[in-house]
Design a protein around this ligand. Structure first.
Ligand SMILES: NC(=O)c1ccc[n+]([C@@H]2O[C@H](COP(=O)([O-])OP(=O)(O)OC[C@H]3O[C@@H](n4cnc5c(N)ncnc54)[C@H](OP(=O)(O)O)[C@@H]3O)[C@@H](O)[C@H]2O)c1
Length: 441
């Protein structure tokens, strides 16, 4: 019998405990697929006394000394499901430099300083796999990293955060406001006690950085990603989207472009946007994730599934463990990071999209012309205008009125300047919402 591939597991929480369970339940099949059994030789946690249910492992495997475990000679592969930047970065750099392959679900670390991990992997001749870091169970990074390497990806558009998708889907289904939908998500366990990372878009931005790096063969960090969360999305926005045949989703969008000199660039952004109900991502409801990839030769591809949860994420972790274990037995290493394109990041101001702008205006003759004049001055072309009565009064009665303007495609900076000037008009009581509109009109 071939000697086992020995695993150090860092973290035994939501994901880690499912990794332990699956390794146990699938041990015979995994050994057959790899050509050697997998053996957990140690599990690092923060609290030794924590109740972890009936896990099928010996208590003696648990330790609080993660670094000591990584350094042991009998460790071949390190699985990191702790999260956070430090101490995880120090642990993984240590493991990789020592030639131990790493499987991690740590999107925050990869997006903040993936370079440190890739460089350490190259130095130590070790594998670095991280399928579980984006969109949980959905096989997505391997297709981008391997299957599409013969193609040229032009755009990646994704719903990569289950919490925000649950909230926006609930707002769409029931007409609830953000706070009410967040409360429901928290009660059902879809939102953390502190939901900031999800609702402010930080989690999606980290995933966007990882996706863009792989799709465009370049290094993108979370700091390169323009980010807006969903806390400002109102029930009125959702109703307005419906009236236009759209729904609102928190999208991550990574797109190729060109600068003035014709050189390739990339823009990466995360923000709520209206998308037409006919768009493939519009029907992705509940806490599901989906990523839509557009490539030169392959055309449009869609990846859909559960983006989080212990078992779905553990499935992605184990897929990576099988891959690195096989490589190890074969004495090979997967191709190293492909970042040769080294693309410049296009500023958000140059991103091109359509906009939905709602205004509370004085209901007087000439208002529409004044507002339209502001858009024209900034070269933002108006596609449609809808007028209603904000206060419930008759149009032309002197009460406030609501104007909803949808533009043609324009640069973000031009729209920002337009909105800035609208704020200064005495006939504009308030700019009640500005939302981007993505997808074909
Ligand atoms: N949960 C998901 O659905 C999901 C989906 C995709 C990716 N991920 C990623 O997977 C990773 C783990 O997430 P999770 O939800 O499983 O987290 P979790 O439930 O909070 O578990 C974290 C684990 O790390 C251990 N830990 C914390 N600090 C430690 C330290 N200093 N030394 C040793 N162990 C330490 C904890 O020990 P104790 O048990 O003793 O507290 C716990 O076992 C994160 O990077 C997360 O972003 C999670």
């Amino acid at each position: 019998m071939t000697s086992p591939v020995r695993l150090a597991l860092l973290g035994c929480g939501t994901v880690g405990s499912e990794v332990v369970r699956l390794l146990h339940e699938q041990s015979t099949d995994l050994a057959a697929r790899i050509g050697a059994p997998l053996e957990i030789v140690g599990i690092a946690v923060r609290r030794l006394g924590r109740d972890r249910g009936a896990l099928p492992v010996d208590d003696a495997l648990f330790t609080t000394d993660a670094l000591g475990l990584i350094k042991r000679d009998d460790v071949d592969v390190v699985i990191e499901v702790v999260g956070g930047i430090e101490p995880a970065r120090g642990w993984l750099v240590e493991a990789l430099r020592a030639g131990k392959s790493v499987v991690t679900a740590n999107k925050a670390l990869l997006a903040e300083d993936g370079a440190a991990l890739h460089d350490a992997a190259a130095e130590g001749g070790a594998d670095l796999y991280y399928e579980a870091s984006v969109a949980g169970a959905i096989p997505l990074l391997r297709p981008l990293r391997d299957s599409l390497h013969g193609d040229r990806v032009n755009r990646v558009t994704g719903i990569v955060n289950g919490t925000t998708n649950f909230i926006l889907s609930a707002m769409d289904a029931t007409g609830a406001g953000f706070a009410e939908a967040l409360e429901e998500a928290t009660e059902l366990g879809y939102a953390e006690a502190d939901p900031t990372a999800d609702v402010e878009g930080f989690d999606a931005a980290a995933k966007a950085a990882i996706l863009a790096s792989l799709a465009f063969h370049t290094r993108i960090t979370a700091a390169d990603v323009y980010r807006e969360g969903i806390t400002e999305v109102t029930a009125a926005d959702v109703a307005s989207a419906k009236a236009m045949g759209c729904t609102i989703k928190l999208l991550c969008i990574a797109a190729r472009g060109r600068d003035a000199a014709g050189a390739d660039t990339v823009s990466v952004r995360v923000h709520p946007a209206m998308i037409p109900l006919t768009h493939p991502l519009a029907s992705v409801g509940d806490a599901f994730n989906a990523v839509f990839v557009e490539a030169e030769a392959a055309g449009q591809l869609m990846f859909y599934g559960r983006g989080a949860g212990g078992a779905p994420t553990a499935s992605a972790v184990l897929g990576d463990v099988v891959a690195v274990a096989r490589n190890r037995l074969a004495g090979v290493r997967a191709a190293s990071e492909s970042a040769y394109a080294d693309l410049a990041v296009r500023p958000m101001g140059e991103a091109l999209t359509r906009y939905h702008v709602s205004l509370d205006v004085a209901d007087r003759p000439g208002v529409l012309a004044s507002v339209a004049g502001v858009f024209a001055r900034h070269d933002v072309s108006i596609a449609t205008v809808r007028q209603g009565s904000a206060g419930g009064g008759r149009p032309g009665s002197g009460d406030d009125a609501e104007l909803v303007i949808v533009t043609h495609v324009a640069p973000d900076a031009a729209l920002a300047a337009t909105v800035g000037e609208l704020h200064g008009l005495d006939i504009v009581r308030s700019v009640t919402s500005v939302l981007r509109v993505e997808g074909e009109a």
